[in-house]
Design a protein around this ligand. Structure first.
Ligand code: ZN
Length: 378
């Protein structure tokens, strides 16, 4: 496989930290939330320290993507997966996948006008939708999530090994404690799409801070990020639709499809899929009193292709793009958050939808058609 050196000045320029004076106006109006935003002009200098990487932030992680063709040796057994929507790694390095079993998301799944799921009467997916795979062999260690989910999408394992799942048919997200099947927390009303504090519309992805606050990318039919307290209380939201404006203003989204926290920099980064970019915002986490209000735009990387998923690995964003109407390719990429340097490779992915990056540089990619989980290495 060819590995391409991928340092484009546009990336380098666009991902640099912006000064307060350069903050685009749409962001100056954000966040659209219950938390009153502090005046950017006043807050930026002090807060800037909290998001600017220091010298010690440099990682010894090698940005280089090696020639890394998709490995066919893992998992060792045929898992007979349906559409594999989500993947993440727990504290032991084992791999959690969220798949759709016998259910398929196609043009008949939802009412196009109302975004309501059409197949609720068929019941929940009977198969176990949440599998835990051994990191060495890929064999199934645990199975969960039978007769509960209707259209699995995102899966996130937090730092305490709770598993967070999004279901785009239910328009809900769920927190599952380690080793459990029953959710300990369910957010929003089942099957009812909406855009208020108790209704999502096809939520895609969750990112969870160590303190328990969490962010939901919402989603396919809303264009917002919603922040919740650790006990599941709505806190605030930010973002609005790009509405086809080109170039899309900062702070607007067209299918926010994946979110990841760079917690020590107080950043929440969003894969803004159809705008083919990543945008990073202040996460406004409570443990950092100098932080800018949540939702304040910090920086972005443009022109990446249709970014389906991103994950933070020691201040590098590892991500995956998929093809679409544009010339976007199926690529794995790494962006150095500090320098803006990027690298891409084409390891033979076919239809990537999500990914998870382990500390040792092992990358797991969930694919839909073929329905599989593949492992590649940085
Ligand atoms: Zn998706």
């Amino acid at each position: 496989m060819k590995t391409t050196r991928f340092i484009i000045s546009l990336f380098t320029v666009s991902i640099l930290y912006v000064s307060a004076a350069k903050l685009p106006s749409p962001v100056a109006q954000a966040p659209n939330s219950g938390e009153a935003p502090a005046p950017v002009e006043e807050g930026f200098e002090a807060s800037d320290e909290s998001v600017r990487p220091g010298a010690s932030a440099a990682s010894d992680f090698d940005i280089a993507l090696q020639d890394s063709p998709v490995s066919n040796k893992w998992p060792a057994e045929d898992l007979k997966l349906g559409q594999v929507a989500g993947v993440d790694i727990d504290s032991r390095g084992n791999v959690h996948v969220f798949h759709r079993g016998s259910r398929v998301w196609d043009q008949n799944s939802f009412n196009e006008d109302t975004n309501r799921f059409r197949l609720a009467s068929e019941g929940a997916i009977k198969e176990s939708t949440h599998l835990v795979l051994d990191k060495k062999t890929g064999t199934v260690l645990q199975k969960y999530g039978a007769n509960r989910f209707y259209m699995p999408h995102g899966l996130t394992v937090d730092s305490f090994d709770n598993v967070w799942l999004t279901d785009v048919a239910l328009h809900q997200i769920f927190k599952i404690a380690p080793g459990k099947d029953e959710p300990s927390l369910t957010i929003c009303e089942a099957f009812v799409p909406g855009s208020d504090s108790n209704h999502f519309c096809k939520p895609t992805s969750v990112a969870v801070a160590k303190g328990g606050e969490f962010f939901v990318a919402d989603g396919y039919c809303n264009s917002r990020i919603v922040k919740f307290s650790a006990d599941g209380k709505y806190m605030l939201e930010f973002g609005k639709s790009s509405n086809g404006v080109y170039p899309p203003p900062a702070g607007t989204f067209s299918v926010p499809h994946s979110v990841t926290l760079v917690e020590d920099w107080n950043l929440l980064c969003v894969a803004d899929r159809e705008n083919e970019r990543i945008q990073c915002f202040s996460a406004g986490l409570r443990h950092d009193p100098r932080a800018l209000p949540a939702g304040t735009f910090i920086k972005k990387a443009d022109g990446l292709g249709r970014v389906y998923a991103i994950d933070n690995l020691n201040h590098y964003l590892v991500g995956v793009t998929n093809a679409g109407l544009t010339n976007s390719k199926r690529q794995l990429f790494v962006v150095d958050l500090e320098s803006g340097e990027s690298r891409v490779s084409e390891p033979g992915l076919e239809n990537p939808h999500d990914l998870a990056a382990a500390e040792d540089g092992t990358i797991y990619v969930a694919e839909i058609g073929p329905n599989r989980i593949v492992r590649v290495h940085l």
